[in-house]
Design a protein around this ligand. Structure first.
Ligand code: DQQ
Length: 547
């Protein structure tokens, strides 16, 4: 395998098993799909620089397992008056006769946003390398009540009982954010529905809407067009002003083309998010090979633009996550796809280890800069948890006010990731447990404040609450560490926090991993498994290089 390293040689922050192009800027995942044995990922890419650009293209990579990728030529580039100033985000839909189609946003010659259709040139090419823009483009232009520069990001389409296709598009009118619906018989001629599919006051633009059904009694995913009594629907919106992906569970009233969310957007920490760290412009697809719904999200950098230019690249995609509805029906569960486990190498196991107050236990013998860790903590004295009324409390603030060294009754306990030997650098991913009215709640934090001795970084501490099942007295934590990204899944995927960190000491072999408990009460490592992770293969056709 020849290693094509087109970026700077000294790359402590380049990842080993997360998706990234060989160089330059990447943001949103676009049009992910499975088609005849091959997974496709398109992505927003500036091929010219490690910063966002004014001539964005659709990068294109293919994979047989969603982990090892072959980079192809760009699928869609600016070329026509309707997309000459950029080809922005969009989605793929598999049409009748197993024909994939892409709808994407073009920034036209007047800098207006319009929607365009592209189809594969040769369906017999297993990688669908070339895409042809439809002669009737643009197929949608900004309707009345929508700002011409805030009309973008068509979703995957779904088909109603009347055989018409529906697609939703993000929009803005003044301070109001909107998701608007279009219908079509032939995927070329589209009619706007005059009533918004969803609207939210004072949010401004809704970016990258994603709309899909989830089964109420199975973890299996569903084709986007499925509607019946045993499904609920999810609408995800990326709010630009907040840079977070929020999702709403609700009811799709198909005869009125209306989505009724169970809860309204409040702008507080009680809104449901896919991830309480860095994760934006996500997009899901139905993987009919394995009957699952898979979610990708863009994980941006937390260093400066100057750093990105120096590194020669910016932006990662999360590890693809399988998504399904929690048994409670009140939230989604996310879990790294099973294929990531193929990269697991050397394994270390710890069982039945009591962590008394102030304990720090090294997890040695693995590559701590590139590791998959799965730990189950037992909390023998759950009943002694201190009281907290969570209403009106911002969990992120709670996490940043009391760092991982400040004792509570139960917790903080968790992992110190990418830590230097002297612990001056460490990213603590941890829990505190509280007793609330009629229930126990967990606080999950990812504390970047001591992640690096470097000063010029965004070190925001992230956090979220979740409910604890008092009958089990355990809490699980899975974390995927990959040099500059830490993806954490609490309570079997109920809550996820992704962070980016740039240690100056805890790099490669100098990185360490610890389990700790700074709570007054003991916790027990019921079981901890950690696996060093192999490198995924990412390369151009004909050449493979490491991620
Ligand atoms: N990124 C794209 C837009 C989208 C935004 C441009 C979300 O289409 O609204 O790269 O990150």
């Amino acid at each position: 395998m020849s290693s094509i390293n087109m970026v700077n040689q000294n790359q402590p922050y380049r990842t080993s098993y997360h998706f990234q192009p060989q160089q330059n800027w990447m943001n949103d995942p676009n049009g992910p799909m499975y088609y005849k044995g091959v997974y496709h990922l398109f992505y927003q890419h500036n091929p010219e620089a490690a910063t966002f650009g004014d001539r964005m293209v659709w990068g294109h990579s293919v994979s047989y397992d969603l982990i090892n990728w072959i980079h192809l030529n760009h699928a869609i580039e600016p070329s026509e008056p309707y997309d000459i100033n950029s080809c922005w985000s969009g989605s793929a839909t598999i049409l009748e006769g197993e024909k994939p189609a892409i709808l994407y946003t073009g920034i036209d010659e007047n800098k207006h946003q319009v929607q365009n259709l592209a189809l594969p040139k040769d369906l017999s090419d297993p990688f669908l390398r070339e895409w042809v823009k439809h002669p009737q483009n643009p197929v949608m232009t900004p309707p009345s009540g929508v700002e011409v520069d805030n009309f973008r990001d068509p979703s995957t389409a779904w088909k109603g009982g009347d055989r018409k296709w529906r697609v939703v598009i993000g929009a803005q009118n003044g301070d109001e954010g909107k998701v608007i619906l279009y219908q079509s018989d032939d995927f070329v001629n589209w009619t706007v529905d005059p009533n918004p599919f969803y609207a939210s006051d004072n949010t401004r633009v809704c970016e990258c809407p994603d709309f899909f059904p989830v089964s109420i009694n199975s973890t299996n995913g569903l084709d986007t067009s499925i509607q019946n009594a045993s499904v609920r629907h999810v609408l995800k919106i990326s709010y630009l002003t907040r840079q977070h992906d929020y999702y709403f569970l609700g009811k799709y009233v198909s005869d009125q083309e209306n989505f009724i969310p169970d809860t309204k957007f409040t702008g507080t920490s009680s809104d449901l998010r896919f991830d309480y760290g860095k994760f934006y412009a996500s997009k899901s697809f139905f993987d009919y090979a394995k009957n699952r719904r898979i979610l990708w999200g863009w994980v941006n950098e937390s260093d400066t633009s100057q750093d990105d230019i120096h590194k020669g690249w910016a932006g990662l995609q999360s590890i693809p996550r399988q998504v399904w509805l929690d048994k409670s029906g009140k939230r989604l569960i996310q879990w790294p796809i099973e294929e990531v486990e193929k990269l697991r190498d050397k394994q270390i196991t710890i069982t039945g280890e009591k962590l008394t107050t102030g304990s720090t236990l090294e997890v040695s013998g693995i590559t701590a800069s590139q590791v998959d860790v799965d730990v189950l903590f037992e909390i023998p004295e759950l009943e002694s948890a201190e009281w907290l009324d969570p209403s009106g409390v911002d969990p992120e603030l709670l996490c940043s006010q009391g760092d991982a060294s400040i004792s509570g009754t139960i917790g903080p306990f968790g992992l110190l990731a990418l830590a230097s030997k002297d612990l001056t650098e460490q990213t603590a991913v941890y829990f505190r447990i509280y007793k609330a009215l009629n229930k126990y709640i967990g606080l999950m934090c990812s504390d970047q404040s001591r992640s690096s001795l470097r000063q010029d970084l965004d070190k925001t501490t992230y956090g979220t609450f979740f409910d604890i099942d008092p009958n089990v007295k355990t809490i699980s934590l899975r974390i995927l560490i990959d040099h500059s990204i830490i993806e954490s899944f609490g309570e079997e995927g109920k809550v996820c926090i992704t962070s980016r960190v740039y240690p100056s000491l805890a790099i490669d072999k100098e990185a360490n991993l610890y389990v700790f408990n700074n709570g007054i009460k003991n916790v027990v490592i019921s079981k901890l498994n950690a696996w060093s992770m192999k490198q995924a293969l990412l390369g151009n056709e004909g050449h493979n290089s490491s991620a």
